[in-house]
Design a protein around this ligand. Structure first.
Ligand SMILES: NC(=O)CC[C@H](N)C(=O)O
Length: 362
């Protein structure tokens, strides 16, 4: 057992035991309050560049299986645990979290007072942090920048087609989670996954019936050079934007985004659907939000609001078939929850088929 330390840029130091790859790493410290789903969280490309603090005190008790990953590999820079179970029990378990971290070359710390870490992050906000075997914080170079072009690090480099009998959806990959693809395929869609910087012309040549903009890591403004193409794409096809996709659509149509102090990450974030007054429990994972005051009422209707802090959780374009959600409908923390958002998107595609009203020629 080797001692390791989590050092926050604000100066706090938290001791623990090194797990996974025992080497130093720097990232942005965040926390997630979910009680289960650690395999999905660790492989979600939206966490690229971040060190994740798991709030739930016991992680790893059902091990790692071959089916639940959201991507082929672990995406986070590092992981912080209170108790990390080394003897998991589940009929599908193939390895422990520690073994998986080691194989993947990702450092982690176990035995950490994660409640204290969360309190520090809630006070000072998400910030740089390091995992190291050296408790002397004076040696850390905090001026070292964290990567900003994180989407290009996780997006695919090629076009992949998944067959289906239903409407053809082009999924723009900013770091998509497999559950998103699965949700579309389960509705019978044919899906073509394309790289994050695919042009309008290339997408048009695929003749989609609808377009989906995925989740992804980092600040949505890293992709500001793509807003022109995104405007042509979203003005031409029924569009669904999820999380980063939602933020990109808002920015493309003139709204602004800002950064929350410590983000929303967990599986029980209450969101109110404005039209019905119904409250959904949602899975969330984001730092950035669309600023409510920047949403032009003539362009968008706000469709969902966060019950805890009133932040914008969804938009619907007033004249184009564009809908967006900040939360993750594919990650339904209960049995079905917000999956109907995909059904609604497919209904919109079916209704729009043949209609020329929104088609734009460039
Ligand atoms: N899950 C996501 O798509 C996250 C979006 C963005 N990277 C944020 O942190 O706000």
């Amino acid at each position: 057992m080797r001692k390791g330390y989590l050092i926050l840029e604000s100066g706090e130091l938290f001791p623990g035991i090194y797990v996974g790859k025992q080497e130093p790493v720097m990232g942005e410290i965040v926390f997630n309050t979910s009680m289960t789903g650690y395999q999905e969280i660790m492989t979600d490309p939206s966490y690229a560049g971040q060190i994740m603090t798991f709030c739930y005190p016991l992680i790893g008790n059902y091990g790692i299986n071959t089916t639940d990953s959201e991507h082929e590999k672990i995406q986070m820079q590092g992981a912080i645990f209170a108790n990390l179970c080394q003897v998991p029990s589940h009929y599908q378990c193939v390895k422990t979290v520690d073994q998986w971290l080691q194989e993947s070359g990702i450092p982690g710390l176990a035995g950490v007072d994660t409640r204290a870490v969360v309190k520090a992050v809630r006070k000072s906000g998400t910030m740089k942090a390091v995992i190291s075997d050296n408790p002397d914080a004076s040696g850390v170079d905090w001026s070292r920048p964290l990567p900003v072009n994180t989407v290009s690090m996780v997006s695919t480099g090629h076009v992949t087609e998944y067959p289906g009998e239903g409407p053809h959806v082009v999924l723009i990959d900013y770091g998509y989670k497999k559950s998103m693809l699965k949700a579309l395929l389960s509705e019978g869609c044919k899906v073509t996954v394309v790289p994050y910087n695919t042009s309008f012309q290339t997408i048009a040549s695929l003749h989609p019936a609808g377009v989906m903009l995925s989740n992804g890591p980092g600040d949505p403004l890293q992709l500001s050079s793509l807003f022109g193409e995104l405007k042509k794409i979203t003005a031409s096809y029924p569009t669904l934007g999820i999380c980063l996709g939602h933020q990109l659509i808002a920015l493309t149509y003139g709204a602004k985004t800002g950064k929350l102090l410590f983000g929303h990450r967990g599986a029980n974030h209450p969101v109110k659907e404005i039209e019905t007054g119904k409250v959904w429990m949602t899975s969330q994972n984001h730092s950035f939000v669309v600023e409510k005051s920047s949403v032009d009422d003539k362009t968008f209707a706000i469709t969902y609001l966060n019950v805890n802090d009133g932040s914008v959780e969804g938009l619907k374009h007033r004249s184009l078939p564009i809908q967006t959600v900040q939360f993750h409908p594919e990650a339904h923390p209960g049995p079905d929850d917000t999956h109907p958002i995909f059904k609604r998107f497919i209904d919109t595609i079916k209704q729009s088929k043949g209609e020329k009203s929104h088609a734009v020629t460039y």
